[in-house]
Ligand binder design. Structure first.
Ligand SMILES: Nc1ccn([C@@H]2O[C@H](COP(=O)(O)OP(=O)(O)OP(=O)(O)O)[C@@H](O)[C@H]2O)c(=O)n1
Ligand SMILES: Nc1ncnc2c1ncn2[C@@H]1O[C@H](COP(=O)(O)OP(=O)(O)O)[C@@H](O)[C@H]1O
Ligand SMILES: [Mg+2]
Length: 173
């Protein structure tokens, strides 16, 4: 089996307010064999949202995007899998709500997206952005150290899963 790849997933605020939708998306993650390396729930701050979406600063939707992303708690997951970045984005489906609903109704955004802004989830779009985005929300996470010391264990060993914390860990027994 090839090296695991890491990606940052965000479950956006309107989903956290709807437990049934949240469960549906968590089930997709687990059924698709992602390992959840880190997991936290918190309200994203204005500074974090502005920095995170810096590339969209001059777009017409930037203000509503940052306003929405700071409107309540989000779930933040570091997901691991071979091809995690591409696989997670294909499970999410197209960015725009009509496109996802008409062309990919079975994807996460097709099922749970409410608008182009409130499109349910985020996923990193390249290994470089994954590294940057993980650093924004998990500053305590040492990315290089994880690949040195944890990647092989996550790939090869038995893992435990905590449904309360929605996170996997290496089973040392
Ligand atoms: N200059 C603009 C403004 C809006 N739109 C598009 O117009 C649609 C409707 O915009 P709006 O009614 O503001 O969306 P909302 O339903 O309010 O949803 P949200 O703000 O969460 O996207 C969206 O698909 C948006 O991408 C666009 O293409 N160009
Ligand atoms: N045309 C749009 N109208 C409103 N919001 C948008 C639009 N395009 C993108 N967004 C919001 O900005 C986020 C970031 O956009 P982008 O990076 O292009 O998409 P993705 O999240 O698929 O990588 C989207 O997930 C969505 O919440
Ligand atoms: Mg993007």
């Amino acid at each position: 089996m090839a090296l695991l790849q890491l990606t940052l997933a965000i479950i956006k605020p309107h989903i956290i307010k709807n437990p049934t939708s949240l469960k549906g998306i968590q089930n997709v993650i687990l059924k698709s064999s992602f390992k959840v390396v880190r997991s936290k729930r918190k309200p994203i701050s204005l500074e974090e949202a502005q920095y995170f979406y810096e590339e969209h600063k001059h777009k017409f939707f930037y203000n509503r995007l940052v306003t929405f992303m700071t409107s309540g708690a989000s779930d933040l997951y570091i997901l691991a899998k071979e091809n995690a970045i591409k696989d997670w984005r294909s499970l999410m489906g197209p960015t725009k709500v009509y496109r996802s609903q008409f062309e990919a109704p079975d994807t996460i955004r097709g099922k749970y997206g409410l608008s182009d802004t409130r499109n349910a989830t985020h996923g990193s779009d390249s290994p470089e952005t994954a590294r940057r985005e993980i650093g924004v929300f998990f500053p305590e996470f040492d990315y290089d150290k994880w690949f040195r010391e944890e990647e092989a264990k996550f790939r090869c060993s038995q893992l435990k899963f905590s449904s309360d914390e929605f996170v996997h860990s290496v089973d040392s027994h």
